[in-house]
Design a protein around this ligand. Structure first.
Ligand code: NAG
Ligand code: NAG
Ligand code: NAG
Ligand code: NAG
Ligand code: NAG
Length: 351
């Protein structure tokens, strides 16, 4: 019994190996790395179309091309039928004009975790990609946002690069952009580059060198992440026009009481506000609709119930569920006993 089972296993392993030496259209399945080499560098195959030898083009899904994680240092040539290109986790330093010349049907371009530098990106390479929706360039060596990005983009990830400046021209006309990851760069200045992004819902500019929040924030934002910057003060009413905003993270900055105009955070709609690891000495007034407030590791010296409720009755009370205050200069005894009426929904208060 045991012996026969063993033979069956050996046969089922050998059989496909033999077949793949002929022109078996499924050969790529068993020899994904070497299949192309039998036929030269760019060879039409039976099912899908041309495919560079260093990549895999599954015949069952001819619009996708997989070139990820192969130690590539130069761009392969992209056939024009390809819509989804996976070329992440390589060591590519440049994208010359010719590389994407015919790749006008690209919808997704995944190029994260390479070694792309800004000088290696051709001025016009993105110009013809008029249907590109997703561009992943995170974890490269870019010092600026590439020029002439398609206005069709919906999701642009360019975090973990070395970008120092974002100009209005960089993001101009991107009416459909909903996600922008710019975190962990070296941005000092964004001027009004975000203003025109009318569909943007998620903006992450954490881990940069900003000393102020961007001048004009897009009106449709739901999530705004600006942690780990050097912001000491906020402009008057900077969350005012943002009716959809639910999550604001400003932890690990240099915010002081003086730098926060009154009622900055008293905006309805806000669900979560993270102000931890700053230099606040008071609890800023917040909206009664807020549910999560993070204030740990500040220098708060008193528990001001009025920051949560200006009046308390049957219908006026705070919706706060979680409040974190540890690492400040107050203790549990500083919380007044009538807090229970205002903070009646709080399930966790950490002091
Ligand atoms: C682009 O397509 C044209 C016409 O089919 C062809 O002559 C040219 O070699 C292609 N260029 C690249 C870089 O694939
Ligand atoms: C990219 O940055 C890394 C780390 O800073 C560096 O080791 C590498 O040499 C850079 N590559 C290029 C092409 O500049
Ligand atoms: C934005 O999306 C809409 C709807 O999907 C589409 O019709 C329009 O062409 C897109 N805009 C750009 C600049 O691609
Ligand atoms: C928040 O603003 C409203 C008016 O919009 C005001 O009635 C309320 O007292 C303010 N809350 C706090 C805690 O100051
Ligand atoms: C300050 C505040 O929110 N006041 C409200 C308290 O509840 C009454 C009755 O619902 C409202 O009319 C007030 O606006």
């Amino acid at each position: 019994m045991a012996v026969r089972f063993g033979i069956a296993v050996v046969l089922s392993v050998l059989l496909p190996l033999c077949l793949s030496h002929g022109r078996d259209p499924l050969g790529w399945l068993f020899h994904p790395q070497s299949y192309g080499r039998y036929f030269g560098s760019l060879q039409a195959d039976a099912a899908g179309g041309a495919c560079p030898e260093e990549c895999d083009c599954p015949p069952s899904y001819p619009v996708a091309m997989y070139c990820d994680g192969r130690g590539l240092t130069v761009m392969p040539t992209i056939p024009s039928r390809i819509k989804y290109l996976y070329i992440q986790n390589n060591a590519i330093t440049a994208v010359p004009e010719s590389a994407l010349q015919n790749a006008t049907n690209l919808v997704w371009l995944m190029m994260h975790h390479n070694q792309l530098t800004s000088s290696g990106i051709g001025e016009k390479i993105f110009m013809k990609l008029e249907g590109l929706e997703r561009l992943y360039l995170q974890h490269n060596n870019l010092t600026s946002i590439p020029p002439n990005l398609p206005r069709s983009l919906r999701d642009l990830r360019i975090n973990h690069n070395k970008i120092e400046k974002v100009t209005p021209a960089d993001l101009e006309g991107m009416d459909n952009l909903t996600i922008l990851y710019l975190h962990d760069n070296a941005v000092t200045d964004m001027s009004t580059s975000l203003k025109a992004l009318k569909s943007l819902t998620l903006l992450d500019i954490s881990g940069n060198k900003l000393t102020k929040v961007p001048d004009a924030l897009p009106a449709d934002l739901h999530q705004l992440y600006i942690e780990y910057n050097s912001i000491a003060s906020l402009p008057e009413g900077f969350l005012g026009g943002l009716a959809q905003l639910q999550y604001v993270r400003l932890a690990h900055n240099e915010l002081t009481d003086k730098g926060i105009p009154s009622n900055t955070f008293n905006v309805t709609g806000l669900v979560e506000l993270d102000l931890s690891f700053n230099k606040l000495e008071r609890i800023p007034p917040v909206s009664t609709t807020l549910q999560h407030l993070y204030l740990q590791a500040n220098q708060i010296k008193e528990f001001t119930l009025g920051s949560f409720c200006s009046i308390v009755d049957v219908t006026n009370f705070s919706k706060l569920r979680m409040l974190r205050l540890e690492g400040n200069e107050i203790s549990r005894e500083d919380i007044p006993s009538d807090s229970a009426l205002c903070l009646r929904q709080a399930s966790s208060i950490d002091v």
